[in-house]
Design a binder for this molecule. Structure first.
Ligand code: PLP
Length: 390
């Protein structure tokens, strides 16, 4: 069995890599360790690279289409991992999930409609409604025992009059697994208020050992009928640059309305390598993913250990899925600007600014991406500790 080496440091600078090569533009300096945008510094899997090379060798890159083998790999993955029993008729290729959510909002809502999110949340969830003339409604999450929780009293107050709830499942920032009971409660409320749920499950495959992802659509027949689910191999296998995602709609009427739009936009024409890579990943990816998740889990333990023993003032929400951790530095008594200055100019790390996940309430919070070789993580944590000591 292949032993994959996730300790390998791979130079990504100079490859038009957003995470590394956009540091100057995004943070004002290029000499930072990037622990921001959600991709991993690991090599994409060998079986994906081989499939792409094979496809490339044919040397004709004309229009393409999803093959039966692609659909077979997708449907088998969904059934095995999430008990979603479906056929290609209920699925649609989508290049990217943010684009997919935007298409759903265009197809199924009107300007002025109210859309609910729970904050802090992945910034495009906040920007999409605002930039499309929809009204954004935010229900703040609570933190209990180091985990995000939905405040159901607040949630039910705010959902009144909303058309859509955009759910991050697992929740970004911090890879919180919602679980069956919570999702059932969400489904009951959304049904009562006639709200469509868009469940973004891009991080589902990154569920860490000891946890179980529950897909929203599977918690009840009603949840399946009032939801659109987005999944992707992009984060799972570190192939986000290929733009390969999929959406699942169980309800006939909803599907007709949404897929009609997608067909009109011809989004399923995709690109050759997106289909090739997704098929290879889903068909062959179990063992690579198992090893990679063990590695990520060890990084989470290393972060936890570092925070507990050397930076106990940091309040953290650690991932149950994904490689994203939410760090609250408010106990240091520093302003947002002072924290940013220390992290950037002393620790030389680029983290995501908490404010972008929901506003000023999160000005002392930052999201850290630990999807990297362990040594890179440990070095960065050492520098963060030193910068915050003085
Ligand atoms: C919750 C969530 N949804 C969507 C995306 C982006 O997906 P895509 O690149 O397919 O638009 C990310 C990337 O970080 C994410 O965390």
């Amino acid at each position: 069995m292949t032993q994959y080496n996730f300790d390998e440091i791979i130079e990504r600078r100079g490859t038009d890599c957003f995470k590394w090569d956009a540091l100057q533009a995004m943070y004002g300096r290029a000499d930072l360790t990037p622990m921001w945008v959600a991709d991993m510094d690991f090599r994409s899997p060998d079986f994906v690279m081989e499939a792409i090379r094979r496809r490339c060798d044919h040397e004709v890159l004309g229009y393409t289409m999803p093959s039966e083998a692609y659909w077979q790999a997708v449907t088998a993955w969904l059934e095995k991992h999430y008990s979603i029993q479906t056929t290609k008729e209920s699925l649609h290729f989508i290049p990217g999930i943010v684009a997919g959510i935007a298409y759903a909002l265009m197809a199924l809502t009107e300007p002025g409609d109210k859309l609910l999110v729970t904050t802090p949340v992945y910034p495009p969830f906040l920007n999409l409604p605002k930039n499309s003339g929809r009204e954004l409604v935010c229900s703040p999450l609570r933190i209990t025992n180091g985990r995000f929780e939905i405040d159901f009293y607040d949630f039910e107050q705010r959902i009144e009059g909303c058309k859509v709830f955009i759910l991050s499942n697992p929740h970004n920032p911090a890879g919180t697994i919602w679980g069956e009971e919570v999702l059932r409660k969400v489904a009951d409320i959304c049904k009562r208020h006639n709200v469509l749920v868009i469940s973004d499950e891009i991080h589902a495959d990154l569920t860490l050992p000891g946890h179980k992802h529950v897909s929203y659509s599977t918690v009840s027949p009603s949840a399946a009928n009032h939801s659109i689910t987005f999944m992707a191999p992009s984060k799972t296998f570190n192939i986000a640059g290929l733009g390969s995602s999929v959406c699942y709609v169980a309800d006939d009427d909803l599907r007709k309305r949404f897929f009609g739009w997608l067909n009109a936009l011809e989004v399923a024409n995709g690109n050759i390598f997106a289909f090739t890579a997704a098929e290879a990943a889903f068909a062959n990816g179990e063992e690579w993913l198992r090893q990679m998740l063990e590695y990520l889990n060890a990084n989470v333990q290393a972060l936890d250990n570092h925070l507990k023993t050397r930076m106990p003032k940091v309040k953290a929400v650690l991932p149950e899925a994904s490689y994203l951790a939410w760090l609250d530095f408010s106990n240091y008594g520093l302003t947002h600007e002072q924290l940013k200055d220390k992290l950037l100019n002393e620790a030389k790390v680029a983290l995501n600014d908490g404010i972008t996940f929901g506003g000023k309430n999160y000005e002392c919070c930052f999201r850290l991406n630990l999807g990297c070789p362990k040594q890179q993580l440990l070095d960065a944590l050492d520098r963060i500790e030193k910068a915050l000591k003085c």
